[in-house]
Design a protein around this ligand. Structure first.
Ligand code: AP5
Length: 219
């Protein structure tokens, strides 16, 4: 199964990608998580990415394409993957097509999470992420049992720097300018499957499953 999850910041891509990856035993390739890990480790990639991520801007395409190529060439991605947060520009979408061609693979589906802007703003304002295992919570919609502590591993939860209201506004504008054309790119290729991402997480997961079942049947 080779799937792309598309949608605005806070649409629930990461929440659903983690579920799908766990269910099918395939890697969740989340470019935002990979950049945050690189920033935390102080690597060259992290140092280069930091200024872009903190402003809510996109990291340059050539950097992201190299990161994703390196990840998809690892053996655990041979059985499939869910790409979460990539591609985000037309150049990245074209680069991914070229990479998959070279690897002799094809995408099965692109799932677009549709969520109204006021909902994503509320979701990001209340998001808390585990510093150790990356599990994501929401203070109202999916609160941890103990505030500030991860249910899964007991580590502290933090709010993301780029979830400040002014950076969220910039991220939404960047999505509208640079990622919306990617939606049309996949629609034109018959791969796009919109899903109502404003439902509760179980209902969204069921909608994603229905799309993927259908794609696998017609393959
Ligand atoms: P990235 O980390 O990819 O951020 P994003 O795309 O903005 O997406 P988010 O992680 O904010 O949201 P999500 O859709 O995963 O929602 P989540 O499941 O967490 O990218 C960050 C930055 O890195 C970018 O700005 C850019 O600088 C850089 N970058 C990354 N990829 C790049 C690329 N390809 N090219 C260039 N630059 C790149 O859910 C949000 C909240 O809502 C959570 O609290 C969750 O619990 C809650 N929630 C989720 N689903 C539901 C639901 N159904 N009902 C109620 N609450 C829900």
């Amino acid at each position: 199964m080779r799937v792309v999850f598309l949608g605005p910041p806070g649409a629930g891509k990461g929440t659903q990608a983690r579920r799908l990856a766990d269910r099918y035993g395939i890697p969740q390739v989340a470019t935002g998580d990979m950049l945050r890990e690189a920033m935390a480790s102080g690597s060259e990639l992290g140092q280069r990415a930091r200024a872009y991520v903190e402003r809510g801007e996109l990291v340059p395409d050539d950097v992201m394409l190299a990161v994703v190529e390196d990840r998809l060439r690892r053996p655990d991605a041979e059985r499939g993957f869910v790409l979460d947060g990539f591609p985000r520009t037309l150049a990245q979408a074209e680069g991914l097509d070229d990479l998959l061609r070279r690897l002799g693979r094809r995408l099965d589906a692109v799932v677009l999470f549709q969520v109204p802007e006021e909902t994503v703003v509320r979701r990001l304002a209340g998001r808390w992420t585990c510093t150790a295992c990356g599990r994501v919570f929401h203070e109202s919609y999916s609160p941890p049992r103990t505030p500030g502590v991860c249910d899964a591993c007991g580590s502290p939860l933090v709010q993301r720097e780029d979830d400040r209201p002014e950076t969220v506004r910039r991220r939404l504008a960047v999505y509208a300018e640079q990622t919306a054309p990617v939606v049309e790119y996949y629609r034109a290729r018959g791969l796009l499957h919109p899903v109502d991402g404003s439902q509760d997480p179980d209902a969204v997961a069921e909608a994603v499953e229905a799309v993927l079942r259908h794609r696998v049947e017609v393959r």
